[in-house]
Design a protein around this ligand. Structure first.
Ligand code: AMP
Length: 114
């Protein structure tokens, strides 16, 4: 498992990011290459490489990340329709090995996704 990655650097303030929200358990920041008018990434401070690495002990944390996503959707004005996405592993498009929720909104979102 890679422990040193871009998101860890953002968490440790070694790399700048446009922060949308932070608390003791997570950090949310705007995606550098937005795929929608609103595209925010919500990441836990805890190092978890992929969705598949979640354990029982993360149950509450995952709920918290989703509640933050809903709060941010409201704050950023997209609560009329938004998507929360987790890409798990390379085959699903995961490029950074630190669990993250994508919050996408501000445009019509097609289904099924690519
Ligand atoms: P994924 O492909 O699901 O792993 O998502 C990784 C996301 O991180 C992509 O949408 C990238 O555009 C985004 N990203 C990569 N580097 C940065 C960065 N330095 N600041 C903000 N977002 C980033």
């Amino acid at each position: 498992m890679m422990t040193d990655n871009i998101f860890l650097k953002i968490l440790n303030k070694q790399l700048p990011a446009k922060i949308a929200y932070e608390d003791d358990r997570c950090l949310a920041f705007h995606d550098i290459k937005p795929q929608a008018p609103v595209h925010v990434l919500i990441i836990p401070r805890k190092v978890i490489a992929t969705h598949d690495d979640l354990t029982e002990e993360d149950r509450e944390l995952v709920g918290h990340l989703h509640l933050v996503a809903a709060k941010l959707a409201k704050q950023l004005g997209v609560s009329e329709g938004y998507r929360v996405v987790v890409n798990c592993r390379e085959r699903a498009g995961q490029t950074v090995p630190h669990l993250h929720l994508h919050l996408l909104g501000g445009r019509d979102l097609a289904w099924p996704p690519g």
